[in-house]
Design a protein around this ligand. Structure first.
Ligand code: 5AD
Ligand code: SF4
Length: 440
């Protein structure tokens, strides 16, 4: 495929892991059309920007990047420029009006139509939510892979949190059937994958058709995946507190392949704000859930997302968020200043002053960082399992992730990418651990 005639594709991915997965699949679909990937944008015959709409900053990034592509397009009029992802879905043809250099705009549910769109002359837009599953129409993945992979099991969201664009950009919640997921997982494992992260905007709401025709929940799927020989690690993200079924919690106690790491966003610790956010649970409900999860799996590391400065958030509301963080002890968290998104209910409400939101964000991030450092430091002296993902910067060093998704550096001159080894942690830094290999 990579002869002198091969066309080159440059892909830039913004936002979440779902987009990372989609970018891979789009690159493969375009591979079937003769495109080979390139990291050098100047060499590209096609530039594909897979965008994120979650916050204003993420969204605006598309337009600044498109602005920077103008000279390249002027130099190379045959260059195709495509906009995919959630900004494509939300803004559609508006993107073509604002940026005439764009050739095609394709929403997340229409990626399988990308090759067809490329053959059309002029500009085109496809932001349909077609009835067919795009994954059925995307080419199968081929060739050897690294030791870790993503697998989308569920897309879209029916929760309608008052701040969030996802139900509008990714559409209603759809679960892929279990048989397809099991087949895809087996195929990944046959190509060298040892760790699979199940992806969904609301992954623990997955309720897919079972091979026998009934319906399974995520806990059941995890148990079936764990029966695949060679699949050593299973993770899933992102979860909603209200969908943490008993069967999924007990899977954490019973399935050794299911890693003791859970991203469980709470957004706020104030019941008043949780209500205004339409989260449909209280802080006490969340804390009780955390206790039940930790009872099932005592070494569970929890992470979360937080929004500060949601409309109406008072000092007392913010203090309740800080109190919840102190009660949970997180391993890490993403935190954001509230960003009003067009079309969402919260965008109608008067915002909190920017300086107040800024200072709350700083205080929250300092507290989370303290907890992150403590979680990392607590690993020193303990045994971890590390799945090597790549060689480290030092000679003879390998880098991989522990069960808790912490980056671990191991001095291991004979180590290979894909090895799953035992190691004892010798030192901790804010974002990584150093460990010595324990001989087999
Ligand atoms: N403003 C700020 N943060 C947001 N998030 C989602 N929507 C917004 C918004 N309008 C955050 C939430 C979510 C994460 C993916 O992004 O914390 O969990
Ligand atoms: Fe961004 Fe959400 Fe879309 Fe992911 S699903 S790309 S985070 S807007």
């Amino acid at each position: 495929m990579s002869g002198p005639q091969a066309k080159k594709l440059f892909v830039k991915t913004y936002g979440c892991q779902m987009n990372v997965y989609d970018s891979e699949r789009m690159a493969e679909a375009l591979g079937a059309e003769g495109y080979v990937p390139t990291d050098v944008i100047e060499d590209a015959d096609m530039v594909l920007l897979n965008t994120c709409h979650i916050r204003e900053k993420a969204s605006e990034k598309l337009y600044s990047d498109l602005g920077r592509l103008k000279p390249l397009k002027a130099e190379k009029p045959g260059l195709k420029i495509g906009v995919a992802g959630c900004v494509a879905q939300a803004e559609g043809a508006e993107i073509l009006r604002r940026m005439p250099l764009v050739d095609l705009v394709v929403g997340p549910q229409a990626y399988h139509r990308l090759p067809e769109m490329l053959r059309l002359p002029g500009q085109s837009v496809d932001t349909d939510f077609p009835a067919e599953d795009k994954f059925d129409h995307l080419p199968a993945r081929k060739g050897r892979r690294g030791p870790t992979a993503f697998l989308t099991v569920q897309e879209g969201c029916d929760k309608f949190c008052a701040f969030c664009v996802v139900p509008y950009t990714r559409g209603a919640e759809v679960s892929r059937p279990a048989a397809r997921l099991l087949a895809e997982a087996r195929d990944l494992v046959s190509r060298g994958v040892r760790e699979i992260t199940l992806l969904g905007q609301n992954v623990n709401a997955w309720h897919g058709e079972s091979p026998a025709g009934g319906v399974w929940g995520l806990g059941h799927l995890v148990r079936e995946l764990a029966a695949i020989p060679g699949l050593d690690r299973i993770r899933y993200t992102t979860s909603h507190p209200n969908d943490m079924a008993e069967d999924l919690i007990s899977a954490h106690a019973e399935v050794p392949q299911l890693m003791p790491y859970l991203h469980l966003p709470v957004q706020s610790g104030s019941d008043r704000i949780l209500k205004a956010m339409n989260r449909k649970h209280t802080a006490a409900h969340y804390l009780d859930l955390v206790a039940r999860i930790r009872a099932a799996r005592p070494d569970m590391l929890l992470t979360s997302d937080f929004i500060v400065g949601f409309p109406g958030e008072t000092d007392a509301d913010f203090e309740a968020t800080m109190a919840l963080i102190r009660a949970v002890h997180y391993g890490a968290a993403f935190s954001f200043k509230y960003s009003a998104r067009p079309g969402t209910p919260a965008a109608e409400k008067p915002p909190v002053a920017a300086e107040i939101a800024d200072s709350r964000l700083q205080a929250l991030q300092a507290l989370i960082l303290d907890q992150q450092h403590a979680a990392q430091a607590a690993m020193v002296g303990r045994e971890v399992q590390v799945l090597y993902e790549k060689p480290g910067r030092l000679p003879g060093q390998m880098v991989g992730k522990s069960q808790h998704l912490m980056a671990v550096f191991v001095q291991d001159p004979t180590g290979q990418v894909g090895d799953l080894v035992r190691a004892r942690v010798s030192a901790s830094a804010p974002n990584s651990l150093a460990a010595d290999r324990i001989p087999d």
